[in-house]
Design a protein around this ligand. Structure first.
Ligand code: SF4
Length: 476
């Protein structure tokens, strides 16, 4: 099998320090790298005195999801996105739920897929997707591939979304702003000591880069992970609300996100929901306009109400959204107030649906019942035929009812991955139907922006709140 880190691609943002040593200026770490060595992220290396990117075009499988997956609630609610994640990270958070891909030493060659910029754009165009999301591990360490592909996508009328922990240099942000339309920044905490200890980064550049984006006028939403007993207290909520209200603006949507045990932090529990609800109350009391909970299903605190008349505009359940009180122009259907919801320019295509499967082909079905905190799965389907094939999926409801089938067309030889998530309280699971010359697999998704590398058949641990594989601490 091909080794993902064999070839290097010329990296930008580097200084030559003499004697073949280079400095990388992509993240605030400013790694000083000798020939033959690599930086902290392990995906930028010094090859013969030149800084190269080792992950250019190396990705996890491209995956269709919804924009809510990325903690973006005020840009085209419910939009389908094409999520692209890569390998490596400039941080190493103790709770990372994508540690299997963010920490390059754990990446298996079998988890790596190869794309050119044009291929990424072609996938989005072929599937009628209008947003490409640079996400999962962290797009900062994929800078050259992201900026080149995003520019190509823009030229095709596709919007780019950047979901990041944003430990990034000012110069790199300058290069992103022209090609990225939506920024979703995950601020891990407002406590400098927490940043150093838990993320191995430091807070000041993250806040500065977030302000830089805010000043640019690009769409910005911020989120913070409330880790049980570490960062889920009232002071955390106050500090976050103060930063957003004073250094950004009260109109910036702010998300308090529920944590699940993972990576080096499995000996703990999920964040109690009442602490998240309290954090939201505090932020609203301090004057923020739009405050939401993330990774919490049965709550009204993920919905959007009109600031003026209080009418319900958007309902959200998990990773899905409906727009009962929003006009096509993005105003309140009741009083006409601007709902501050940005829209994708032009038409946004939807997948075709059908009440029944075509009778001419016998489809194989596979299903998944929502269990514990697992309310979403990635479905991977590969069309082994030379001609186009259609695969279908539908959601099941408690009383034996179901939705119509949603159809996805795959061209000959195509491998495709998409998310199916519980979208209403009464839904019990999902079924996928594939023709005999296609193969499929299911992968349990734990919370948003999670890229599972393990098949659903492998099961889960810790009462369905910690995904596999489990991190095993090396013996020293
Ligand atoms: S991206 Fe950051 S961590 Fe990686 S080599 Fe550059 S400065 Fe170091």
């Amino acid at each position: 099998m091909k080794k993902w880190q064999e070839e290097g691609y010329p990296a930008r943002l580097q200084d030559s320090l003499g004697d073949g040593v280079v400095r990388c200026r992509l993240s605030p770490r400013n790694c000083r790298i000798r020939p033959g060595q690599h930086g902290f992220c392990m995906v930028r290396a010094n090859r013969d005195g030149q800084l190269v990117s080792l992950n250019y075009g190396r990705s996890v499988h491209a995956t269709e999801e919804t924009i809510e997956t990325e903690a973006v609630f005020h840009y085209e609610p419910g939009a389908r996105i094409l999520s692209m994640g890569n390998i490596g990270c400039m941080l190493n958070c103790d709770y990372c739920h994508n540690w299997k891909t963010s920490q390059a030493r754990f990446v298996a060659d079998s988890d790596v897929f190869y794309y050119t910029p044009q291929e990424v754009v072609d996938i989005a165009v072929r599937h009628g997707i209008k947003v490409i999301s640079w996400t999962y591990n962290d797009p900062v360490v994929w800078h050259e591939f992201v900026t080149e592909t995003a520019a190509l996508a823009q030229a095709r009328g596709i919007v780019n979304l950047y979901k990041s922990a944003f430990f990034i240099s000012e110069k790199a942000v300058e290069e992103l702003i022209p090609v990225i339309d939506i920024f979703s920044v995950s601020i891990k905490s407002m406590d400098p000591k927490y940043y150093r200890k838990i993320t191995k980064g430091w807070i000041e550049p993250v806040l500065a880069a977030t302000e830089q984006v805010y000043r640019s006028g690009k769409h910005l939403e911020v989120s913070t992970l409330m880790v049980t007993d570490l960062s889920d207290g009232e002071d955390s909520a106050r500090d976050m609300a103060r930063f957003v209200g004073e250094r950004l603006g009260p109109e910036v949507p702010t998300h308090f996100v529920r944590f699940h045990p993972d990576y080096k932090m499995t000996n703990t529990t999920r964040t109690p929901v009442d602490r998240l609800e309290r954090a939201r109350e505090i932020a609203l009391d301090m004057g923020l306009d739009h405050v939401y909970l993330g990774n919490v299903y049965d709550t009204d605190s993920a919905n959007t109400w009109c600031r003026r008349c209080g009418e319900l505009q958007i309902t959200r359940y998990g990773l899905n959204a409906r727009r009962p009180g929003l006009t096509a122009e993005g105003t309140c259907a009741n009083c006409g107030t601007d709902a501050r919801i940005r829209r994708i320019p032009g038409a946004v295509p939807e997948r075709p649906t059908t009440p029944g499967l075509p009778s001419s082909i016998r489809h194989e079905t596979a299903g998944f019942d929502w269990q514990g905190d697992v309310r979403a799965v990635h479905i991977r389907v590969r069309n082994d035929a030379a001609e186009t094939r259609s695969v279908y999926h539908r959601r099941l409801v408690t009383d034996g009812a179901h939705t119509d089938w949603t159809r996805i067309d795959l061209r000959g030889g195509e491998s495709y991955r998409f998310i199916a998530a519980q979208s209403l309280p009464g839904e019990t699971g999902v079924v996928v139907a594939v023709p005999p010359d296609c193969t499929s697999s299911l992968h349990q998704v734990f919370d948003r922006a999670h890229f599972p590398t393990t098949d659903a058949d492998a099961g889960t641990v810790n009462a369905d709140v910690t995904p596999l594989p489990l991190y095993v601490r090396p013996i020293r």
